[in-house]
Design a protein around this ligand. Sequence first.
Ligand code: SF4
Length: 370
Amino acid sequence: MSFVEEHAKYDWDDVRLSIYAKTAKDVERALSKTRLDLEDFKALISPVAEPYLEQMAQRSFVLTRKRFGHTMSMYIPLYLSNLCANVCTYCGFSMENRIKRKTLSVGEIDRECEVIKLMGFDNILLVTGEHENKVGMKYFQQVLPQIKKHFSYLAMEVQPLKTEEYSLLKQLGLDAVMVYQETYHRSTYAQHHSRGNKMDFDYRLETPDRLAKAGIDKIGIGSLIGLEEWRTDSFFAAAHLQYLENHYWKTRYSISFPRLRPCEGALQPKSVMTDKQLVQLICAYRLFNNEVELSLSTRESSSFRDHVYPLGITSISAASKTQPGGYADEQQELEQFAISDERSADVVAASVKQAGMEPVWKDWHQTYSG
Ligand code: SF4
């Protein structure tokens, strides 16, 4: 059993129509409950919930502070390689793009780690394209122990692996894996992934199952907002979260909401999500699930992030470079996408403090467990 079977129980159009059929009464019912189900979640992300945004935001703020305190976990991505054997319509690293390719050596990684450590980070997200021959298990086994020497919390965003491979990486210090489905709509997924292993929708969909079975501490899920109708995709991410929590209750989960950003070969979003709608979605996830970690990256602008993160966000990236070697060498032409919030880590941390929260550089869970 995996989420593939659960996913098959839903019909995309039925879900979409049921979201748009929600009424103000459904929203009020959801807001009156302490334990929300997926029907309540649909109501909160529906267009009729927009007039209730202030109420949702207040509740989301209180629930987040109650569960996570006045803290904000800080992390930074480290791009190890931009090699990729997939064609994805929305990404600068796509195999078809004629860009300079680079994979960091152990020495180059050390230099990146030193610059990152000086900024204060202890929680790092390793990112690569998906190229299993050149940036696969052999490479990961070589570089993970090296990177773990510098950081106490190690997350990865790489190609889906087998359960036993995740187990092996866990032994080398891997704590968390982010694996976004991009879209839960099968045929739209096929349109955007035309070559490479990533074409296999089901293998990707069951990756969080394999991660949980391997005992990885935290799993990040989500969809790339804009590829499909965002409300329906967000419902599927919520259903995925619920399924995972029911089956693997020892694992921690996080959700991200990346919105499509300009990149080489840029793609126009099919479904545009406004800032206000992103706030609605963040609050809806928090009301639906008090425990889930919610993450906001530097794809979003500084002013938007400053206004939004007190409402429900629990972790943010800062000072991100999206190209291999970006911290020590500043080679901008290799980047995956242009970031929007370009402030330094210190400045972002100061804005977190100004919002009444304490930036936490070490992952909170590790800190509390010693
Ligand atoms: S999204 Fe990932 S798999 Fe697709 S082209 Fe970019 S790096 Fe490769």
